[in-house]
Design a protein around this ligand. Sequence first.
Ligand SMILES: [Zn+2]
Length: 267
Amino acid sequence: MQLIDIGANLTHDSFDPDRDAVLQRARDAGIVQMVVTGASREHSPQALKLAQRHPGELFATAGVHPHHASEYTAECDAEMRALHAHAEVVAVGECGLDYFRDFSPRPSQRRAFELQLQIAVETKKPLFLHQRDAHADFMAMMRNFDGRLGPAVVHCFTGTRAELFDYLDQDWHIGITGWLCDERRGQHLRELVPHIPADRLMIETDSPYLLPRTVKPAPSHRRNEPFYLAHIVEELARDRGESIEVTAANATAAARAFFRLPAPPAV
Ligand SMILES: [Zn+2]
């Protein structure tokens, strides 16, 4: 079984002491490729560096998360564009809107998002999107770019049925995390995932966040890592009434096509 983790924040400080061991555990668990999320001015260049150290196995996104939108200056825009000149950077983002936390003022969020959508138009790279409690504005902004954007994935989808169908109507992809493995918070999601077409469904750990609650016993540090991706596949397969092998193979094929990844390096 080959798996691809499409969203891992592997530049996070919590991986500093043992990043190589984390990668090796992932490899041993059949995770053949990973897309390292770049979500800030500080971490996007680090994501590229990490991808460059592991050619064909690690890839990066470059972007600025809505939480960091205040840092999206003209200089930052130039830095993002420079990162996108590299082939290892396979998607624009993480970018989008987050009105749940409002860590950056909403006008800054919309501005940073719009400038990154412009980069996606120009580079023709796929989009790695974040949306929380901002669905109407998010849809309106995406609609302004109708017909000019390539493929898009709404990562870490935890939204409503109506939101899901809005995304599917736009032909976007959906990223599912270990949120699904939470027997309380993930219940509504379990009923929704069977509606996602197999070729538009991808899986991600969002490490080090969102440790699946099905990991037992939970590690004392509560840190999530790509190795735990299998827990998400398992729950997803159960909810979709598929075998684990089928769910895994479809998600891997979808991710490889979406990010235009080469065949994984032989081990
Ligand atoms: Zn996110």
